[in-house]
Design a protein around this ligand. Structure first.
Ligand code: UDP
Ligand code: MG
Length: 312
């Protein structure tokens, strides 16, 4: 019998877990030809999440839990889940809040099992119910990342997916610590069937993503998949040199031909100064961002720390 392991990252999801389990059972129990495993990853929740998933594990041996020592983020939770679940034939990821409809799971498994796809993934068909600002920022982010990076991320793709074991093995072969799954999923490739999916409201609880967290995530995405901002510095340098030489020639010509002072006032000088210093600092900032990431990667710290689990 083939095994399907579903990974559920949970951060303060106590309000929704019972409902999620009921839904998962309702959808998965009829699929008698598969062994299911539900891998709950508690990402340092401060509410009752851990106790609830431990209770699930006590009453049903298909329920596994991995509990982190603190909040490490959804990326870390997904990674821990995949590292454990990689023994399964099919590995899935689904949010705890029921925004990802479990009803798609049977079709997703079917796509991998009989239609020859390696990945069955959900993408949202609309952004209904999302804050306008968040929507606009996220739209802009995908435009930028797809323009400047080597990968092409589908802007409506979600983490909700079922993958064959070989896909997860290739994801796990990527050793980076700053993980940006949307990029990783795209980067590894494989034959993917997309399922359109309406944006649903959370069943309970609230979103864990603030604009600040999203901005950091976006920066990790862009800097992780392209080095073109570094090249920007080079081109800006070349451009400024050309402008500098041009202005120099103009100054000499003016001095001898028109006998006019090039810089009419200090204001012009100052504005040019500010602009140049601004560009310089900006470029140093970009360098710094890459350097910081190199530093984080090279320290080689674990992506997460497990404090308790029933998987060992
Ligand atoms: N999550 C997590 N760690 C975090 C933030 C979120 O494991 O630091 C989980 C969360 O419990 C949920 C999923 O990731 O199962 C998606 O989070 P959320 O619903 O808050 O994000 P949104 O749907 O608003 O993008
Ligand atoms: Mg959600």
């Amino acid at each position: 019998m083939k095994t399907v392991a579903l990974i559920i990252p949970c951060y303060n999801e106590a309000d929704v877990l019972e409902l999620l389990r009921t839904e998962l059972y309702r959808v998965c129990d009829p699929l008698q030809q598969f062994n299911f495993e539900f891998v709950f990853v508690n990402d340092g929740s401060k509410d009752e999440t851990l106790n609830i998933i431990k209770r699930f594990a006590d009453t049903d041996k298909r329920c596994k839990f991995i509990s982190f020592s603190r909040n490490f983020g959804k990326e870390a939770a997904m990674l821990a889940g995949m590292q454990y679940a990689v023994h399964a034939d099919y590995i899935g990821i689904i949010d705890a809040d029921l925004q990802h409809s479990p009803d798609l799971i049977p079709e997703m498994i079917e796509a991998c099992e009989t239609e020859g796809y390696d990945v069955a993934a959900a993408r949202r068909s609309d952004r209904e119910g999302e804050e306008a600002l968040k929507s606009a920022l996220s739209g802009a982010f995908y435009k930028v990342i797809n323009k400047v990076s080597e990968i092409n991320i589908n802007d409506s793709a979600q983490d909700f997916r079922i993958m064959k074991q070989k896909v997860v093995l290739s994801i796990l072969s990527m050793p980076e610590r700053i993980r940006f799954s949307k990029g990783i999923f795209t980067w590894v490739g494989f034959n993917t069937k997309w399922f359109s999916h309406e944006n649903r409201e959370r069943a309970a609880g609230e979103t864990k993503w603030s604009i600040r967290k999203l901005a950091k995530y976006a920066l990790d995405g862009i800097l992780g998949y392209t080095t073109s901002p570094l090249r920007l510095a080079l081109w800006l340098g070349v451009l400024l040199c050309v402008v500098g030489v041009g202005v120099g020639i103009y100054a000499v010509v003016c001095r001898f031909v028109c006998d006019e002072l090039l810089m009419q006032s200090f204001i012009t000088l100052y504005s040019v100064l500010f602009l140049l210093v601004g560009i310089l600092l900006g470029v140093i900032g970009i360098l710094g961002e890459y350097l910081a990431r190199v530093y984080t990667e090279i320290k080689g710290r674990p992506v997460y720390i497990i404090s308790e689990t029933n998987t060992k």
